[in-house]
Design a protein around this ligand. Sequence first.
Ligand SMILES: *[C@@H]1O[C@H](CO)[C@@H](O)[C@H](O)[C@H]1NC(C)=O
Ligand SMILES: *[C@@H]1O[C@H](CO)[C@@H](O)[C@H](O)[C@H]1NC(C)=O
Ligand SMILES: *[C@@H]1O[C@H](CO)[C@@H](O)[C@H](O)[C@H]1NC(C)=O
Length: 951
Amino acid sequence: MIKKQERKSSSLMPTFCVIFFVFLVTMTSLVESVDHSKFKTCGDSNFCKRNRINHENNKEGFYRLTSIQLSDDKHSILGDIVQNNNEAQPLSLKIQVYKDRMVRVTVVEKNPLANKKRYHVQDVLLPTISTLPLEWVEKPNDKQFSFTYESSQADSQTKKNNRVQVQINPFVLDLYVNGELSISTNDKGLFTFEHMREKIAQIDKPAPEEIKQQEQVDLNKEEGEQQDQQQEEKPTTNEVAGLWEENFSGHQDSKPHGPMAIGLDFTFAGSQTIYGIPEHSTSLALKTTKGEGINEQPYRLYNLDVFEYEIDKTMALYGAVPLIISHDTSKTVALFWLNAAETFVDIEDVVDKQNRKSKNTHWISETGAMDFFLLAGPTPTDIFKQYATLTGTTALPQLFSLGYHQCRWNYKSEDDVKDVDEKFDENNIPYDVIWLDIEHTDGKRYFTWDKNNFPTPADMQNIIGAKQRKMVTIVDPHIKRDNNYYIHSEATSKGYYVKNKDNNDYEGWCWPGSSSYLDFTSKEVRSWWSSNFAYDRYKDSTPNLYIWNDMNEPSVFNGPEVSMHKDAKHHGDVEHRDIHNLYGFYYHMATADGLVQRNKEQNDRSFVLSRAFFAGSQRIGAIWTGDNAAQWSHLEISNPMLLSLNLAGITFSGADVGGFFGNPEPELLARWYQAGAFQPFFRGHAHIDSRRREPWLFGEPYTSVIREAIVKRYSYLPLWYTTFYQNTLTGAPVMRPLWVEFPKEEALFKIDDQFMVGDSLLVKPVTKQGQTTTSVILPGKDTKQVWYDVDTGKQYPASTIEVETPLEKIPVYQRGGSVIPKKERIRRSSSQMKHDPYTIQIALSTDQSAYGELFVDDEHSFAYQKGDFIYKSFTFKDNVLTYKDVNKSSSFKSNNKIEKIVIYGLKSVPKTIVAASGDRKLEFEYDKEHSRLIIRKPELSIDNNWTLSFK
Ligand SMILES: *[C@@H]1O[C@H](CO)[C@@H](O)[C@H](O)[C@H]1NC(C)=O
Ligand SMILES: *[C@@H]1O[C@H](CO)[C@@H](O)[C@H](O)[C@H]1NC(C)=O
Ligand SMILES: *[C@@H]1O[C@H](CO)[C@@H](O)[C@H](O)[C@H]1NC(C)=O
């Protein structure tokens, strides 16, 4: 990011330099990549280094349970965990069973220090989650105990099959699903808990075990580079290096509370594919990081602004969701590790107790309470539901935000904005939102305007708004330290900034220069921040304006790893290290709430895009995958990255179309639009130094290919919107790996270059240069699944097919047995389509049936939560097409009609089609070439129930 700044200032160079400079940037961006010296590996983070080594803790007597008992309310099992040789520091264990087949385990110090408590993650779990009374399967004895996570209504065999089995010594906790060992906790005995301690000046003797571990580290030195650094940092006192103070890349971490890491391992028994822990630029199926001959860094979860990130790295990126889902042919289970501190996850191939090939995951967090949930599935659908019960479903997007977004750093002036807007119309390309990056402000003071280039911002928004389009401005969390800037002076006088270790307002360098950072972990600060979005506070903002939150990891250009010092202090004397991964989540929350508050009367939903995120961010708004590059490899990785996010609940997500850094060749840009058109959040964005790349700038055939991709996106908006609504009921991701829909097909478990939109569309974006054909896996052989090419209607049986992919082709297939609602009239924006009629696209299964749903509401308010919607289904069965309620709506009315019904895969052409109400005969035609039946103008409404009989 600092480089980014340098580049920006170079754009002020005289013209003759600029040409050379552009050449230089183009050349260097090909070879340039992330500056690894800025970011820590496990070996650079002392707690990870201490804990990654092979422990020998899984022997008897090492960590054992004592005093197991049921709490008075019978909702918790309580006990102590005692460490060998350290009986004076027992830990408190609490086990609870949650409704919907989930088990929670919490471990903290039994006798915490008076002046510092372990941090428990706040505001991520929904307040609605509830525990069940515990039921023993086997009462505690001196070896073991077990209890069920089924509700009390289940029969005793079911309870026994679905139980948690706990071994006392050493402590091991096993989750059984349908009688099968599924997750084994502390299977390898990697449990560690560095109890918090007071620093004793001069003679701080670490616990014997820690010294031993430290010695092992020295024996197991990883890379030469680290070895040198370690040598330099060798302590001269009797302190063990890094326990009470740690330096990295010129930054000091004072670590006033010393070592307090936690670690634990989980074996996903019998499973060879595990997913989740976004955000990383790696494949969907997580890779092995540890074991014989494997030399990978563990996956790291620590929200960071990583300049020019690389593909296929386990390095931390902008956001973190500590959820792993394991899937095999017999079950889907998950682990949610509720901790917001820096965390590393190692993955190793192992065999479980029953000698089955399995995956062991080793979690190490720098600080915080040990708190985790085991989700017992057993199907993918159950897992989505369970995780949504814990952390919530996706905020239903306003419909416009599912359209296409046009962004660049920067649209320079009001004229530039109007010009780009008009060119979309001239080129007949729909779009919904035009975005303004940091340059629109007065000196990077958010909530202000650069009055030279944006003299009449409200007029500009109204002009865009008159076409039923919207605008977005960027608002970042760093605040310029300028006493004449109202946000800064209020924040200072109210004491709303994060403090540094010496209790002064934290200062760091960011876009505006010297900046401070609001403490969004405080409810009071969030509420004040929200109030700044009121129309009278955010001058010249209008109801057409929405918000973009960038740099909220938080990015601090001159901070450690381009972020905030871990010893900075938040509200309630909480260290930044405890809440780091939550900072962006809280910021996003406060901003989105601001947009809801400003429109209290209209009851409007917000739209806020965020770069940083944590578990639960789905409840707030959209996220994107940050600063990617205009390279084919970045287009390719966008699919696995978004699939990982989707599995981890963050379904409203996208990657910058075209790639942020660099200049995409026209073919890459066109292919990227085609992929983006079928990913949930669809925005083109570009770096300030990249050449202009609006869709019409490359001439034909590119303009037409891009237009076609965007037009396709708009035609499927009713499907997207319905699928997002379904997510609010089920938690199921909108963009899905194939295995979610075909959970028994092992060959699909690692597929991440094709995906499903909802349960009905299969998409295989073309992500390689000059690719004239591609092979597409069409699953479902065992169920005689058929698929239909959405462009030609051609039917394919489940198989792997080779298809031609000329530049204009996006391989997309509708699943036989599905019904998709579409709108096919081309308009300027999604809002202009609001009253357009629907096309219903029915693709029959081999047994001549199909099912699909349609959700319609006002497209922008919270009224749907009170039942103000149409939520109906189409069922084709026994030659009858039925349209009826899934959930009965209240007063919501729509005059929208169905203008066309298209049916693919009919085995025989009917003689007549009759509408049941009034026995009206409908005109239809059979298009032999495409094997489809078309009913034009059936005069059917979407408001009422109806049936059509095919005779
Ligand atoms: C870390 O850096 C500080 C300040 O530069 C220095 O005083 C201290 O000795 C360093 N600590 C270690 C462990 O190297
Ligand atoms: C129907 O919708 C209402 C309003 O959103 C909701 O409260 C209710 O739970 C829904 N019913 C079903 C069966 O989904
Ligand atoms: C439409 O169908 C649903 C489901 O069968 C039924 O509950 C509802 O009463 C019907 N509505 C009308 C207006 O007939």
